[in-house]
Design a protein around this ligand. Structure first.
Ligand SMILES: *[C@@H]1O[C@H](CO)[C@@H](O)[C@H](O)[C@H]1NC(C)=O
Ligand SMILES: *[C@@H]1O[C@H](CO)[C@@H](O)[C@H](O)[C@H]1NC(C)=O
Ligand SMILES: *[C@@H]1O[C@H](CO)[C@@H](O)[C@H](O)[C@H]1NC(C)=O
Length: 418
């Protein structure tokens, strides 16, 4: 039988070991130590060892001491203290005294019994069945929240769709285009949107890491729904609701993927040139897109789900810009529609409800640059320098390209995009 003291000692030892493991992982992920196989946390390509930043930068400033960090892992008590900092309630005093907060605190949503007996439903693929059975479950509770994120005057809110396991992508974004900073007196803030890993093993292994990452950086919003392809629309609607709740004074929102290159400089230049546009929504817009009916395709949609020949105009979800006022209207529009499994198309449907036409801009390249993957454009920094968004880059390539673009790059001809 262990007495309390022994139990405490074991508990402490386990906590410290866990902390050390996590610190090691953090450092390895930041690319400073090339430890190789033992820390194969992610199957993804990892940042090149040569591209790491200053050791320990992750821990600077924020917490001040290692003690504070041990506290995070130490005991349930302290954990719940951090929890209350990050969960739904948040600080009650907001600047305009509106006591708005995330109002969904429990999930009680069962499969819709009304459709499973219908013939058209029975013939659908399993993923569409899954989608339709839970389509009416619109909102879920928050696991990690940051009610304080939009406090004060925020010029540009960078919102990035990510998933729990992609620690390295978030890490690079924080060092490059997603850095929270003040440019010309204008504040930029950053948030990552994640759900719960859909795979059980990942859920078990990554949740603590995600919480720790958020404890250090304070930039993760997490909701209690599974991160699946069809649930990306939930990520969209949850963000819109969150934004509507907590962000009354944000001027612009950039929303994108965690594997894109973004030029903040060009976003600023663009916004300054269009500063009095109302209902601004700009991106890589496709008009009259035809729903894909080939079952092998990732974006396949059966007629039962959408029967019209075309989608409304929509911007590729890889990266687009909108103004804060429009984002709030989109929240109301989204609430009038049934969820659609493709998130960017869904947003196009919301825009249609609002009679807002998204604007196509050539500096947004979210549907692929050029067909030919070998094309030199894919590696040409002068091309990236003239763009606002380019998909799709591995973390190491993003870091590399960012450094090139922000070096003393001399481009022989200025590509006129803006
Ligand atoms: C969840 O919903 C079911 C059926 O609607 C109800 O019987 C049950 O009490 C609810 N549970 C909670 C925890 O609200
Ligand atoms: C199922 O049908 C009943 C009766 O028409 C309706 O009240 C209920 O809201 C439906 N359930 C869902 C989840 O749509
Ligand atoms: C979306 O997430 C909810 C909650 O975790 C889950 O019940 C549902 O099956 C998911 N939907 C899809 C289509 O994966």
């Amino acid at each position: 039988m262990m007495n309390n003291r022994d139990r405490w000692r074991v508990y402490k030892r386990v906590s410290v070991m866990f902390l050390l493991a996590v610190l090691a992982l953090t450092v390895v992920q930041r690319g400073n130590i090339n430890m190789g196989a033992p820390f194969e946390l992610e199957r993804q390509a990892r940042m090149d060892a040569s591209e790491g930043a200053e050791p320990g930068a992750a821990l600077e400033g924020k917490t001040g001491s290692y003690l504070g960090i041990t506290g995070f892992w130490k005991s349930g008590k302290q954990k719940s203290a951090t929890k209350s900092r990050t969960t739904t309630q948040g600080p009650r005093s907001t600047e305009d005294n509106s006591l708005k907060m995330w109002d969904v605190t429990s999930t009680n949503c069962s499969a819709n019994p009304n459709i499973s007996s219908q013939d058209w439903f029975k013939s659908l693929e399993p993923n569409f069945k899954q989608f339709l059975l839970y389509r009416h479950c619109r909102y879920f509770p928050m696991v990690l929240n940051h009610p304080e994120k939009c406090k004060g005057d925020v010029y540009l809110l960078m919102v990035i769709k990510s998933v729990a396991t992609q620690h390295d992508r978030r890490e690079v974004i924080r060092k490059t285009w997603g850095k929270e900073q003040v440019v010309d007196g204008k504040r930029i803030k950053t948030l990552f949107l994640i759900g719960k890993p859909s795979n059980e093993a990942e859920r078990a292994n990554h949740q603590k890491l995600v919480e720790f990452e958020d404890y250090i950086y304070g930039d993760i919003l997490q909701w209690d729904f599974l991160d699946t392809f069809f649930n990306l629309t939930l990520k969209e609607t949850h963000f819109l609701k969150w934004f509507n709740t907590y962000c009354p004074h944000v001027h612009y929102v950039f929303k994108g993927d965690d594997d894109v290159f973004v030029s903040v400089e060009n976003i600023f230049e663009f916004l300054e040139s269009s500063s009095n546009a109302k209902d601004l929504f700009v991106g890589d817009v496709i008009v009259k897109a035809v729903p894909i009916r080939r079952k092998e395709n990732k974006y396949y949609i059966p007629h039962a789900l959408y029967s019209k020949p075309n989608y409304p105009p929509y911007a590729g979800g890889g990266g687009f810009l909108m103004d804060g006022a429009l984002a709030k209207k989109l929240y109301w529009a989204a609430d009038t529609l049934e969820l659609y499994p493709i998130d960017d198309v869904f947003l196009g449907m919301c825009l249609e409800v609002l009679h807002v036409t998204p604007i196509k801009h050539n500096a947004f390249k979210t549907f692929g640059l050029v067909k030919n993957k070998q094309s030199k454009l894919n590696r040409e920094p002068c091309f990236f320098k003239s763009m606002i968004v380019v998909h799709k880059l591995l973390p190491s390539d993003l870091m590399h390209m960012w450094n090139l673009v922000n070096s003393d790059l001399v481009c022989s001809q200025k590509v006129e995009i803006l």
